[in-house]
Write a protein that binds this ligand. Structure first.
Ligand code: AMP
Length: 249
């Protein structure tokens, strides 16, 4: 079984981002970038499935600038087998990414696609759902466990009132939630080995996909700054403040 894992390069989750002075977007110059944390969880799970003998190959794919190759190399250092870089400059909307991934699925024929539940830069939480729609595949979102037996996948999904257990027929698509696993760190020898692993390069034009944006970003503004907190000296004082001063939102 082949597993395809789409991974996105985003601003490192530990960086506190700043809005550009002209409010046209977020400042990306000289900012540390990294693999989207939910994509890391997806890569880890795919590698674990291969290590259990349930998959033969883990293929990563990333769409973005040439620098997204670094993100692919990070996943290859974790243990994925090969990568596909779809080189595209400029913003890529979830529907454009889903169409690019649909083309890659057409070329690669994976039985399972494991994605992040969302990318932490735009918080879209759309690409997996759109890709499953385009492919007409079953999808389970926000999974916190996965088991594969034969041509069936059983997953636990985090829903508002508990954990839902779902059974899907392969081929299918799942999106990873935080509790699925704790991704491994790549060892130095594996980082060196990853440099030699194959990364094929392609473009939206070669895949026959038009990625022209449909949305216009009018402005990106800084959220209002929060008022300073107040230190209370006792539980009684806290209760009194909650009763008399707390605002009902
Ligand atoms: P989003 O819908 O943007 O929140 O992203 C959800 C998931 O879609 C991510 O965790 C990735 O698995 C995948 N994805 C989004 N954008 C890209 C991209 N540019 N390249 C590869 N995968 C992506």
């Amino acid at each position: 079984m082949k597993i395809l894992v789409p991974v996105k390069r985003v601003v490192d989750a530990n960086v506190s981002v700043r809005v550009k002075a002209d409010e046209s977007g977020v400042e990306l110059g000289n900012v540390k970038m990294a693999m989207n944390p939910f994509c890391e969880i997806a890569v880890e799970e795919a590698i674990r499935l291969r290590e259990k003998g349930l998959a033969d190959e883990v293929v990563l794919v990333s769409a973005g600038s040439a620098k997204s190759e670094e993100t692919l190399r990070t996943g290859l250092a974790m243990g994925a087998d090969r990568g596909i870089l779809i080189e595209a400059e400029g913003p890529l909307e979830p529907l454009a990414v889903a169409r690019l991934l649909e083309a890659v699925v057409g070329n690669e024929s994976p039985e399972l696609v494991v994605m992040g539940k969302q990318a932490v830069d735009d918080d879209n939480n759309q690409t997996g759902q759109m890709l499953a729609g385009l492919l007409d595949w079953p999808i389970a979102t926000f999974i916190s466990s996965i088991e594969i037996s034969g041509d069936e996948v059983v997953v636990a999904c985090e829903v508002d009132n508990g954990i839902e257990t779902l059974k899907l027929k392969l081929p299918s698509l799942v999106t990873a939630d935080l509790r699925l696993n704790e991704p491994r760190y790549a060892s130095l020898p594996n980082i060196m080995k990853a440099k030699k692993k194959p990364v094929d390069k392609t473009t939206p034009a070669e895949l026959g996909v038009d990625v022209t944006p449909h949305l216009e970003v009018i402005k990106v503004a800084q959220p209002p700054s929060r008022k300073a907190g107040v230190l209370v000296t006792s539980a009684e004082e806290l209760i009194e403040k909650l009763r008399n001063e707390a605002q009902v939102i």
